[in-house]
Design a protein around this ligand. Sequence first.
Ligand SMILES: *Cc1c(COP(=O)(O)O)cnc(C)c1O
Ligand SMILES: [Zn+2]
Length: 503
Amino acid sequence: MRLEDFPEEIQPFIIPSHEGELIYRCLGCDREYGIENLLYTCSDCGGVLLIFDRNFDRLKKISGRLWQKIFDYRKMLSIPGLKGIYRYHEFIGPTIPLDEVIYLGEGHTPIVEANDFLQKEVGVRFYFKNDGQNPSASFKDRGMASALSYINFLVKRGYVSDVLAICASTGDTSASAALYASFLQPHVKSAVLLPHKKVTPQQLSQPLGSGAAVFEIPGVFDDCMKIVEALSENYNVALLNSKNAWRILGQESYSYEIAQDLEYDLENKVIVVPIGNAGNITAVISGFIKFFETGIIESLPKILGVQSTHANPVCRYYSEADAGKREFVPITVKPSVAQAAMIGNPVSMPRVIHLVELYNKISARQNVFFVEVEEQLIMDCQILANRNGHIACTHGGESLAGLIEARNRKIIGNNDIAVVDSTAHAIKFSGFQEMYFAQNFPKEYQISPDPDFINTPVYVHPKDLKKIPASGRPLHGKDFEEFVKRISEEIAKDLGLKKVEKL
Ligand SMILES: *Cc1c(COP(=O)(O)O)cnc(C)c1O
Ligand SMILES: [Zn+2]
């Protein structure tokens, strides 16, 4: 819709004004830094940074109700800079001009309610939010759209040139970084570091296809992360891991979309997210706080963070009930089907600690919870979900497993409604499904397939059938008729089909 066709009271707000004053703030010592430079950690204390808007209070002058209308009307626009995560421009990047926003179709992924069967199985009303329906098939595109829009802004202003964007990845960050960087070539090039054999073939193909320099490193993600940190400290590169606070800003869109799709009613809602490097849960919490503080939502949903027992440093930290006694200890991870979350030393841990405390305080009760789940349940839940109309990845299975665990532990009540994060598309992780169906999971995973779930293709080739077609050698006449007849008989027999009575 064209701007002049919007209601008059909405028109002045549709195109964002650029009144934000963004700064980096260190969570360790509160020191602030300007955003003209790419920064990742505080040069004083080494703490992680978050981006704050010094002029945030101006957003509170607009009523929550009006904000809701602004976002709802913006849905009808055809301006690329407001179509994706920047629909919430004032909350995501209020200094980035619209024509410097990089939009590759990210965001606004659907929430899909589970069918009756699945809701009964799980015992809770719930939706999946399909973040695998982003351009590179994971939620990471939200943060990359933000980080690369910012880099584009720096390039256009002449603050930087010939950027080499670099990241360590469990597979999805690199796919996303390479995709967004390739859009900005030749100004931006990308290099990605992956733990050798710890990403799926699909994930490996993505940065290769986007033309990134791809390095495979012995070890696990935590090792790659240290190398990338060393590179970003010693060389002139742009770090695209979620240590980069711009990633967090973009990922906050996940919360804004849920709010909008639920018509801004977050009463009795539970948001379930898997945790790896903890950038995602940081962003989700931060996003809901901003919408709450501006009156766009009137209640804060419960947040449920989920980890596998094979990669559970955050759950271990919070398993100590006495906040004063909690101590963060990085762990050594074991193989997990939630492979993109196989991280023992999450970079965003200080952000999580900071935001969980704040969120619980604003909520005036405990409102962030953590549960850990077995690999077996993760895999079973993924397959169960996908046998009921979903496209959940293994991390979506992990989220669903967490929901079941939280219901069993009475963290979630009968009237709660959950939105479960499927962080990537099922096909990125189809190798785990293959191992499940072929019953050849290496034993470290501790997964034994449920026979009811195993599904393998049937090769239809009756022994008495002499002639079969091959590529370049089609069958003709009687031979072809015989082939069609015999094969269809075999399939009918296998499926137990009844013959139709011919009149
Ligand atoms: C990155 C990733 C995660 C973990 O998110 P963090 O922000 O690292 O906690 C979970 N699932 C998928 C599919 C991912 O790519
Ligand atoms: Zn500091």
